[in-house]
Design a protein around this ligand. Structure first.
Ligand code: ADP
Ligand code: ZN
Ligand code: ZN
Length: 680
């Protein structure tokens, strides 16, 4: 019984499992195992695949059956439950298994040569955790934090907890204590244990990493995110895979890490849109985290000051257990005072109204920090010619070219096309081209003239292009080297800035009238979050709140802003849920979106129309194909077809054969399917 047939999953777009013949070489007697990685020939290449089955026979013709080249025996196989996780994701998101299981692995693990793998394994063996059993300082938990930690560590088997805690309420402490309890409990039973902590953005990892390392000096802590160098990424992955890493901290992709001793999953800022992968396998890391906890029969903790409407709904129906932190944790810290500046009364020709400028000046005089939030990078979103009406359209997209003044460029944020700023109007020659609207660069310029003595720092995707520059910028803010911090949503998320007492929001109104039904939810979360950066350190006992938030708007009566003034997430969530129920929107229906791309819009629409006619099913609504909001990107026309059902199982049952039928069409155009789409 020396010859065997191995079924191997490969990263290929159609069916992704293939049979190969395995004959042990020479005196090698080790039997192959499910979960091992194997190098196999595929076409004219050699690629790494995952062994998912071992059998004696195959339907494949003997003449066509090819041989396994090598098995990566130096690495322990991944667990059956990891394969089951990939299989679930593949089924649910309608992708082949290999396209799920392989791309999430470190590149060096998928290399035909083993040099990098062998080196990484050797390095791991030499690794000793350097930490001392030093004094670990743990703050005394308050009653709500304690109740939350007790609930998490007291739950048996699977339980999803929604940790709903206002900004600054000390959710991180709850995570750390819950992790510590789980690790200790398992250690007492002589078992190793692993805790997975997901964060929405790489820039938030350094802060959390240092808290985690300080709290667990004797534990191996690994980081998994897309900015690691490949060798490093492989080492971190192996540390997790071998169960050596007690805590694994990472961005969304780490939900697919191999974690043999997983005992607790934490998803920080669970509402954050970055948990949704927007290309390839379009998965939700939060949803997979909950599935994984269920599979492992362990607790999951989803934390947020503004939970996603879906999670809030689950907490209402009792599927998730609701844990509340209603107050700020640091001594005397209270939620900031939120005020609205009515732009009908206070003109803001340069983006900053007089009351906001006065508030900034006050902070400068007191030596405190301010943060200005404007979710639009560049100098101006468009330039135009007054004389003839020319406007800076992108020639490849239905979008404007954005003016980047310091770089003297016009850039399209959709296709990355870049041109020099024209010195005169391309159609009439007028030299007086005007920027319209404003982005962070323009506000920065204005701030510099208003406060020439202030230390102003802009943080956005443009200012942090170089590797490490974002972290350096945030460190400068933490050190107190910055008076006014200005930025996009990069600055809004979970940072714990201790000296920041003022948050100004420059132009939030545009999102109020978006076609996207989720825009309101997203705006509310973003504003609560950025507001939550103010006044975290607390002041004197009995004094007024030290944090102030000023929001410039033309619609001071809008219900979203009224809810914000009152820090009323619950009211906002309840009214949003009522609206969604009435309108038949998620979470009351389940959706999938088929997108098609083509040189002409008609071809894309025709394809979708054809797809729509392929099959009918009970309880499934196939809407009319429509062009996407930004129809053309990089010269490609895009259209979409929305599929809806009030039953998730029904939707899933429809999608599987439908996707098969779509593949049979062998259409030349590019299409993709997204289950639970977020941008419609
Ligand atoms: P959140 O993530 O909920 O916004 P953090 O976890 O960043 O809040 O905590 C906010 C601040 O409160 C931090 O500076 C933290 O050190 C402090 N803190 C947390 N828990 C306590 C506690 N029990 N006693 C005193 N300070 C605390
Ligand atoms: Zn002109
Ligand atoms: Zn473009």
């Amino acid at each position: 019984m020396t010859r065997r047939i191995l079924t191997i999953a490969l990263d290929t777009p159609l069916d992704s499992v293939f049979d190969y013949r395995f004959s042990p070489a020479g005196d090698d007697r080790s039997a192959p195992q499910i979960g091992q990685f194997a190098l196999v020939p595929f076409g004219r290449r050699e690629v790494i695949g995952l062994i998912v089955d071992i059998k004696q026979t195959t339907d494949v013709d003997d003449a066509r059956l090819r041989d396994v080249i090598a098995i990566r025996t130096q690495l322990e196989p991944v667990g059956h439950d990891w394969i089951a996780l990939c299989r679930f994701a593949a089924d649910y998101y309608q992708r082949p298994l290999g396209e799920v299981a392989l791309p999430c692995l470190p590149k060096y693990l998928r290399a035909p040569k083993t040099v990098a793998l062998d080196r990484a394994l050797k390095k791991i063996d030499q690794l000793v955790v350097a930490g001392e059993p030093a004094q670990v300082r743990r703050p005394e938990l308050n009653a709500e934090q304690r109740a939350a930690v007790d609930a998490i560590s007291g739950s048996s088997g699977f339980q999803a907890h929604l940790l709903f805690g206002v900004t600054g309420s000390g959710k991180t402490e709850v995570y750390l204590h819950a992790a510590e309890r789980v690790l200790q409990h398992e250690a007492m039973q002589g078992r190793t244990a692993q805790v997975l902590i997901l964060v929405p953005e790489i820039n938030l990892t350094p802060q959390l990493e240092s808290s985690v390392r300080a709290r667990f000096p004797q534990l191996m802590v690994t980081m998994l995110h897309s900015q690691l160098a490949e060798g490093e990424r492989l080492r971190q992955w192996i540390a997790a895979h071998q169960g050596r890493a007690g805590i694994v901290l990472g961005t969304r992709l780490s939900v697919l890490a191999s974690l043999p001793a997983l005992r607790l999953i934490i998803v920080d800022e669970e509402h954050d849109p970055s948990y949704k992968q927007q290309e390839g396998l379009r998965y939700s890391a939060r949803d997979l985290a909950v599935w994984r906890a269920h599979q492992q029969r362990i607790p999951a903790v989803l934390g947020s000051a503004t939970p996603s409407i879906e999670s809030w709904q689950h907490a209402q129906t009792g599927r998730y257990r609701l844990l509340r932190l209603s107050q700020r944790a640091a001594a005397n810290a209270r939620l900031p005072q939120v005020g609205l500046i009515d732009l009908e009364r206070h003109k803001a020709p340069d983006g900053l109204s007089p009351p906001l400028v006065a508030a900034l000046r006050e902070r400068l005089e007191r030596g405190e920090q301010s943060l200005l939030f404007l979710n639009r990078r560049g100098y101006a979103p468009v330039i135009h010619c007054d004389a003839c009406g020319w406007i800076s359209n992108c020639r490849r997209c239905t979008a404007f070219m954005v003016l980047h003044k310091p770089e003297r460029r016009l850039r399209c944020h959709h296709c990355s096309l870049e041109v020099r700023v024209p010195v005169s109007c391309p159609t009439c020659g007028n030299v007086d081209l005007q920027p319209l609207g404003r982005g962070t660069q323009r506000v920065e310029e204005h701030l510099q003239t208003l406060f020439p003595e202030a230390r102003i720092l802009r943080i956005d995707a443009d200012s942090t292009r170089r590797k490490g520059s974002a972290q350096a910028a945030f460190e400068a803010v933490h050190r107190g080297d910055v008076d006014i911090l200005l930025g996009t949503q990069m600055v809004a998320k979970g940072h714990d800035f201790q000296r920041l007492t003022l948050v100004g929001v420059i132009n939030p109104d545009t999102a109020l009238f978006s076609q996207d039904y989720r825009a309101g939810e997203r705006l509310f979360a973003q504003l609560m979050q950025v507001a939550g950066r103010a006044g975290r350190a607390g002041g004197a006992e009995g004094a007024a709140p030290v944090g102030e938030v000023l929001l410039q708007t033309r619609y001071p009566q809008h219900p979203l802003y009224r809810a914000l003034l009152a820090h009323d997430y619950v009211g906002f969530a309840e009214s949003t849920l009522a609206e969604r129920r009435a309108a038949g929107l998620p979470p009351f229906v389940f959706q999938a979106l088929l997108r098609a791309e083509s040189k002409t819009l008609q071809t894309a629409l025709d394809f979708l129309q054809q797809a729509r006619g392929l099959m009918d099913a009970e309880g499934i609504v196939l809407n009319d194909p429509v062009p996407m909001t930004i129809t053309r990107v990089a010269g490609v026309e895009r259209a979409q077809l929305l599929i809806e059902s009030t039953s998730r199982p029904q939707l899933q049952a429809f999608l599987k054969p439908w996707v098969q039928a779509l593949r049979q069409l062998k259409s030349r155009l590019r299409w993709s399917l997204e289950v639970d789409p977020v941008d419609i």
